[in-house]
Design a protein around this ligand. Structure first.
Ligand code: HEC
Ligand code: HEC
Length: 280
């Protein structure tokens, strides 16, 4: 499992003012939360943001998506992969989870979530690779590769329309707080936090872009993005925004990004899962 100790350390120092030495994870297992961060008030409501979005961009992306999202082809390929036998145990995902994934219906609405087996946050992408390795004897898929995104997309699509309901209670709490601390940490040469752009200044223009508020950030990835000319994940978005402020992007599925994904998905609680998304 990938970790990013250095950053975790910075986040902790920011949140607690001091860092108890240890393995990174150890400090997080403590029940004491690392909160104390005063969250900004959302600058604009989701409705107001949508109004501004339509004023700036028109109905362009909506209309394009209606005509067909290029990521739909990837989703179909994901369905085939789900049924494909691979690995030493001679099984496919379908062997255990139902021919059409029946047993995984609605499951993605509860992800990411705390998993005691890894003493941390489990994302859908991570779970799929764990199943490949542990239950199929197949190699893990490279994050952001075509097959990895296709499978993730298919499994998440089995929850389309189901309201997101991630839990931040109990053991999940410190990881949520760590995600929040990262979201509020100033970083990069521009010395800006995620929250400055996506909460405090949401609804403002930044160059040619309208800054979105973060309510709708985690409900529609993987999705197709015109700027990329391809389909990508939520964590690819994290990396892109890290680079925007000239900070170093982190490895996919490292613990900090999984904590961040929990924080952001919690902001989307109650919204239906809607993959694949379609964005500028
Ligand atoms: C040999 C059986 C087996 C195979 C093959 C398998 N899994 Fe799993 N999978 C499990 C078990 C066991 C669990 C954990 C038990 C649970 O949470 O219900 C699990 C859990 C999951 C979960 C989380 C379920 C939840 O309720 O949180 C997902 C999603 C999942 N698997 C997807 C896949 C995908 C995609 C594949 C193919 C790449 C796959 N699995 C292959 C047995 C399997
Ligand atoms: C300098 C301002 C700025 C900062 C700081 C910033 N972003 Fe962004 N972000 C943008 C812009 C511009 C876009 C594209 C327009 C939009 O959707 O807001 C964007 C888009 C996104 C999206 C996609 C929204 C969607 O449509 O689904 C996510 C997710 C996101 N950012 C997360 C983050 C995270 C996490 C951080 C902190 C690591 C961060 N951003 C920091 C400017 C910023």
């Amino acid at each position: 499992m990938r970790r990013c100790f250095f950053l975790k350390k910075m986040v902790l120092m920011l949140a607690m003012g001091a860092l108890a030495a240890g393995t990174g994870r150890g400090a997080f297992a403590a029940p004491a939360s690392v909160s104390g961060i005063q969250e900004y008030k959302q600058n604009i409501s989701t409705q107001e943001y949508e109004k501004r979005y339509n004023a700036v961009y028109g109905k362009f992306t909506g209309q394009m998506a209606e005509q067909g999202n290029p990521a739909d082809f990837m989703l179909d390929d994901g369905k085939d992969l789900f049924k494909k036998v691979e690995g030493t145990t001679g099984k496919s995902c379908a062997s255990c989870h139902g021919e059409n994934g029946e047993k995984l219906k609605g499951v993605a609405a509860g992800y990411p979530k705390y998993d005691p087996a890894i003493k941390g946050i489990n994302t859908m992408a991570l779970q799929i690779n764990r199943c490949r390795k542990e239950n199929m004897g197949a190699p893990e898929l490279k994050y952001e590769s075509y097959d990895q995104l296709a499978l993730e997309l298919y499994v998440k699509s089995l929850s389309n329309g189901v309201p997101i309901k991630v839990s931040i209670d109990g053991p999940a709490r410190p990881f949520y707080e760590a995600g929040k601390a990262y979201y509020y940490m100033r970083q990069g040469q521009l010395n800006m936090s995620c929250a400055i752009c996506h909460v405090k200044y949401a609804g403002h223009m930044i160059r040619a872009n309208l800054l979105s508020n973060n309510r709708h950030h985690a409900d529609h990835w993987p999705g197709y993005r015109l700027k990329w000319g391809k389909t990508g994940s939520l964590q690819k978005r994290f990396r892109g925004c890290n680079k925007k402020v000239r900070a170093k992007p982190l490895p996919f599925q490292c613990d900090t990004y999984r904590d961040l994904e929990l924080y952001l998905t919690y902001q989307a609680n109650g919204l239906p899962v809607a993959v694949p998304g379609f964005r500028m």
